[in-house]
Design a protein around this ligand. Structure first.
Ligand code: BGC
Length: 740
């Protein structure tokens, strides 16, 4: 096996020698050219880029996904420029290429790193057919605000889950060896803290104390760096007054000095020039200086580097060492990708797009990402015997484009299988599947079509309501202040409810939604995110019990938007709430005014509980957790403890369950969260089967940045839980003693 790119063997000669040899032959303009990424989507790229490529003024292009054009651009770069340096060809291959996988937040709901790795691997090999050799993914911003549209691109609220999936995605995109056909250089983004944008408004300010930054927002990036991620992108936002594009703290101290990252840093789109808009610099030249000095090696679009870096060097304001190390970082990745040996598209050596394997992966990912939030009276799975008529109602029952979600430049809606089509195929001609769209878009108001939907539902054996958000309502710059079901969807639910026909809501969305208004109005809810190309067949299989739902929430679902941010790993506070210590606004006694309303950390109108907690998801099986234990009551720093429990499937069907292990460090030099995920495993149990699930925890895995801003585990008492969601109460305890 070839060494992984994280391995020191891979870093050894001759790549470093080749970099030095090449650098020594480069002129300053050629070096700056390598630091310049150009948009290739305007017009016919070879025409308007040819001169710049010949002059060595471009190191990378983005936004071209046509093999003929990419190969021609590469040919000009390698055959007609003085030094023949090949191009990096970047693209946002975020959750699939032609075969669209569930949105990343949906993939995260599978809690299945192997499957997530496979999704990235399929996306990489499809993209590579066009000559793309670099993706701007994974996006691994911890996201605790469902108003933020980009939560769709993330792995949700948790640092541990995000870190595990970050590694899986990097491995899937990059493989063991970047020179293999079908692999892409990955890009961990957006470094760092972007998910904490004030009020979830995209691009907005973030203020994150360093201790929280290090304990919550940075670990997924460090995990990606340790997994050998080739590139990294600073975020558009500002962090504690300094936009990451100009942050030496992030890009030099943390990334290079502490983590020893040896790939390169690409700015976000025009974010170098935006330093001026932020109010950090006076003009584009100063922006170029700030970004280059901070450690941004390549500029995406914008042109501040190509216009100003040479002048800054001439004026003696920027050291040539900064340029040389940036170019070396970029060339290192070009060498690792094998571009100097073969920069061209690999279409002949790769499977066709949308092949059976890609579609099977997309379906498996959709199946495992759907979260069943409610199943009153066991209405699901639906029985096919005796079924005569199904009402399939709603704007997302047959919306091939919408179910693909955000960032699908290269997806093809014509290849999408919608739930309507899949249900028809599954049921065959014997069952009448009556479709009423009822709303033109997810945002539409009530109209005459509601009456038609009600009439059809009244005659049906079951009403399936396909609700949620169209794809345009999430993603970059698509934040919402109200995260309820848009338009008159709640009204539609109430009208259908009144027919008395069993009612199942299938909800597709790019974020957690507040479902308080409908949760008691429907018999069952399948939350499907934006499930991608094969979402339809996956949903049909789940509805009719071919497979059991097994997804678990990667983010908390609030009752009301005003609870945000609400996440499971919160701090205890000095006045933690409990059911007997809260008062609801409707229960305040107006005749005998109460001065004390519980005096704990809760909202008068929302309490303190979310609607659905992190990690939650129901199954057709009945899983029972029991007999939790710990391998030792006490361990020393530097040792491990094993937490285990029994899991029994007491239901009648085989199903997957995602077993979760949480801990609480009761006393710390800084306060610790009330629960922290430390392990998870997806296992499958037959009816009646019992399995022992074990989680081995080394004290290093319990380490955190404490008062001295040093990563260390601290002695003291710990609680540990194992269960099916973050509310689990199956608990044991252990103690860590100081090292000998
Ligand atoms: C986004 C990045 C993306 C880039 C290139 C920006 O607007 O923030 O995540 O990679 O565009 O499309």
């Amino acid at each position: 096996m070839k060494p992984s790119i994280a391995s020191p063997l891979y870093h050894a000669e001759p790549i470093e020698q080749r970099i030095r040899a090449l650098l020594s032959r480069m002129t300053l303009p050629e070096k700056i050219g390598q630091m310049n990424q150009r948009n290739a989507s305007e017009g016919y790229a070879p025409d308007y880029l040819a001169e710049e490529l010949r002059a060595g003024r471009v190191g990378s292009v983005l936004n071209v996904a046509d093999a003929g054009i990419v190969d021609e651009l590469q040919r000009i770069a390698v055959e007609e420029s003085r030094l023949g340096i090949p191009l990096l060809v970047g693209r946002d291959v975020i959750h699939g290429f032609r075969t669209v996988m569930p949105i990343p937040l949906g993939q995260a709901a599978s809690w299945n790193p192997e499957l997530v790795r496979e999704c990235a691997s399929v996306a990489a090999r499809e993209a590579a057919t066009t000559g793309i050799n670099w993706t701007f993914a994974p996006m691994i911003d911890v996201s605790r605000d469902p108003r933020w549209g980009r939560i769709a691109e993330s792995c949700g609220e948790d640092v541990f889950l995000t870190s595990r999936l970050a590694v899986a995605m990097v491995e899937g995109f990059q493989g063991e060896d970047l020179t293999e056909p079908g692999k892409l250089a990955a890009c961990a983004k957006h470094f760092a803290g972007y998910g904490a944008a004030e009020s979830g408004r995209d691009y907005a300010t973030t203020s994150i104390p360093e201790i929280e930054l290090r304990n919550v927002y940075l670990p997924p990036f460090q995990a990606a760096v340790d997994a050998g991620v080739a590139t990294l992108m600073p975020s558009f936002s500002e962090l504690n007054g300094i936009p990451p594009t100009g942050s030496e703290f992030l890009l030099r101290q943390v990334l290079r000095d502490e983590w020893h990252f040896d790939g390169f840093v690409i700015s976000d789109w025009d974010s170098v020039r935006q330093l001026r808009t932020h109010g950090l610099t006076e003009n584009d030249a100063e922006s170029a200086l700030a970004a280059a000095a901070a450690g941004v090696d390549m500029e995406m679009a914008g042109g501040a580097y190509i216009d100003h870096l040479a002048g800054l060097i001439e004026e003696g304001r920027l050291s040539i060492d900064v340029i040389d190390s940036a170019v070396a970082n970029i060339l290192r990745i070009k060498f690792r990708l094998g571009l100097f040996e073969d920069p061209f598209s690999k279409r002949d050596r790769l499977p066709p797009l949308l092949d059976a394997d890609a579609l099977a992966t997309a379906k498996a990912a959709a199946l495992q990402s759907v979260v069943m939030l409610r199943n009153q009276g066991g209405v699901l799975p639906l029985r096919t015997d005796g079924l005569a008529m199904v009402a399939a109602i709603g704007p997302l029952a047959d919306a091939p484009y919408e179910q693909l979600g955000t960032w699908i430049f290269d997806g093809d809606p014509a290849c999408t299988v919608t739930p309507l089509r899949a249900i028809e195929a599954l049921l065959g001609p014997g069952v009448n599947v009556h479709h009423v769209r009822a709303m033109e878009t997810s945002r539409s108001k009530a109209g005459p079509a509601f009456d038609e939907a009600v009439a059809v539902a009244r005659d049906a054996d079951v009403a399936l309501l396909f609700l949620g958000e169209e794809s345009i309502l999430s993603g970059e710059a698509h934040s919402r202040a109200d995260i309820g079901l848009p338009g008159d969807q709640v009204e539609l639910v109430r009208r259908i409810r009144a027919t008395g026909t069993p009612l199942v809501a299938v909800i597709m969305a790019g974020r957690p939604l507040t479902l308080t208004g409908i949760v008691d109005e429907v018999d069952a809810i399948l939350f499907a995110w934006h499930p991608g190309t094969m979402g339809g067949p996956a949903i049909a299989d789940l509805l009719f019990g071919v497979e059991s739902p097994s997804g678990k929430l990667p983010a908390t679902f609030p009752r009301m938007v005003g609870q945000v941010p609400i996440y499971y790993s919160q701090k205890n506070t000095g006045k933690p709430p409990s059911p007997d210590m809260i008062v609801h606004i409707d229960d305040i006694d107006t005749h005998a005014p109460q001065t004390s309303l519980g005096m704990t950390a809760f909202h008068l109108d929302a309490g303190y509980r979310p609607l659905f907690p992190f990690g939650f998801g129901l199954s057709y099986a009945e899983f029972q957790y029991h007999d939790i234990r710990t391998s030792a009551a006490e361990i020393r720093l530097g040792e491990s403890v094993t937490i285990s429990a029994e899991l029994t499937n007491r239901g009648g069907v085989a199903a997957d369950e995602v077993v979760q292990c949480y801990i609480r460090d009761l006393v710390g030099s800084v306060t610790r969260p009330v629960k922290e995920l430390k392990g998870f495993r997806r296992i499958r149990l037959e009816p009646g089967e019992t399995a022992t699930v074990e989680f081995e925890l080394h004290t290093d895995e319990l380490a955190f940045f404490g008062r001295e801003m040093r990563l260390a585990a601290e002695p003291g008492e710990f609680h540990a839980w194992i269960g099916g969601d973050s509310d689990t109460e199956l608990k044991t305890t252990f103690r860590i003693l100081a090292a000998d």
